[in-house]
Design a protein around this ligand. Structure first.
Ligand code: XMP
Length: 308
């Protein structure tokens, strides 16, 4: 096993040899995996790497601006708004695996279209070890692996043998900003796996607002680096509540805050109760469609980190 400095040198050399003067594209999400891959490949082949940031309409609040500002001057960066295409393809779809498959397919359609425009021959992906280990075991279809058989782009996966902590170490050595390196993982299918059941703009909006509150409160409490992931899930359950002296009937939101080393296993850490209370109070008072907030206390296994 190479140390991180040697890994970087070796990876850049291998990418140079494999790609030569050909063009490649990468789906850059702004997460640490695709960011590290983008910078590694950029170091190897320069602007022949076309980084494509796809907005699938399933992103978190402020994410488009954040990712654009971080990378527009460092990479050959292209923003593609495909949100309508994704949301149309997902309309009425309830099954989580079907959602993942549809998202994977539309991603590839978008990439292939962009690749055609750019004459790219390679698709770089930020697949890391837990992704393919879990997909092999058929636990969940990680969108990154859902490549159709007629795929015309050749795949390059420079960090496929690394675990998240190793990717973060390499990110720091590549001078990526702290906030990117320590950004909590966000699944490729985005909020689609955090809204249970079919997606609507209204449900996505509720989920987005709840996630923003969770993020704000975890950051405010200064525990964002102490936990692996923190987010809110909008369930498809409706529960009775009370507003003033009126009966209310709204959504159940679940808080999911877990710690982990590599996402293969995870546990629910002890959390400051005040933080949980504030999240719950803010979610029910600021999001009128939510009547109830619950806290998930299940480890992985038997649960998975995401709810879908
Ligand atoms: P699970 O829910 O399988 O999640 O315990 C393990 C880790 O992977 C993230 N995750 C994904 N990442 N594409 C990704 O790139 C996906 O389809 C996907 N599904 C889950 C999840 O957020 C957690 O960190």
């Amino acid at each position: 096993m190479l140390g991180p400095e040697e890994f970087i040198k070796d990876a850049i050399q291998k990418i140079k040899e494999q790609l030569g003067d050909k063009k490649a594209i990468i789906g850059l999400s702004g997460g640490v995996d695709s960011s590290v891959c983008s910078v590694l490949v950029q170091e190897a082949i320069g602007d022949n790497l076309i980084a494509i940031f796809v907005d699938h309409g399933l992103l978190r609040e402020g994410e488009v601006e954040e990712v654009t500002n971080t990378f527009k001057d460092r990479l050959n960066f292209n923003y593609v708004d495909a949100s309508e295409e994704f949301l149309n393809a997902l309309e009425g779809v309830e099954d989580p695996e079907e959602k993942r498959k549809i998202i994977g397919k539309v991603f590839i359609d978008v990439f292939e279209r962009e690749a055609e425009k750019t004459d790219a021959k390679y698709l770089v992906q930020g697949t890391i070890a837990p992704h393919w280990i879990e997909s092999k075991g058929k636990i969940k279809s990680h969108h990154n692996l859902a490549l159709p058989s007629g795929m015309v782009l050749e795949l390059v996966e420079p960090i496929r043998d690394l675990y998240k902590d190793e990717v973060r170490e390499i990110g720091l050595l590549l001078d990526l900003p702290e906030k990117v390196v320590h950004r909590q993982p966000f699944p490729g299918p985005g909020l689609a796996v955090r809204v249970i059941g079919s997606l609507t703009p209204e449900k996505l909006d509720i989920c987005r607002k709840a996630n923003k509150i969770v993020t704000d409160e975890i950051e405010k409490a200064g525990i964002d680096k102490d936990v692996w992931q923190y987010f809110a899930v909008l369930t498809d359950s409706k529960v009775t509540g009370v507003k003033g002296d009126q009966r209310d009937f709204g959504y159940l939101v679940v808080l999911r805050i877990v710690d982990s080393v590599d996402a293969m296993t995870a546990y629910v850490p002890e959390l400051p109760w005040k933080v949980i209370q504030t999240m719950s109070q803010r979610i029910t008072s600021e999001i009128s469609e939510v009547t109830h907030v619950a806290l998930s206390i299940s480890d992985k296994p038997p649960s998975t980190i995401e709810f879908a």
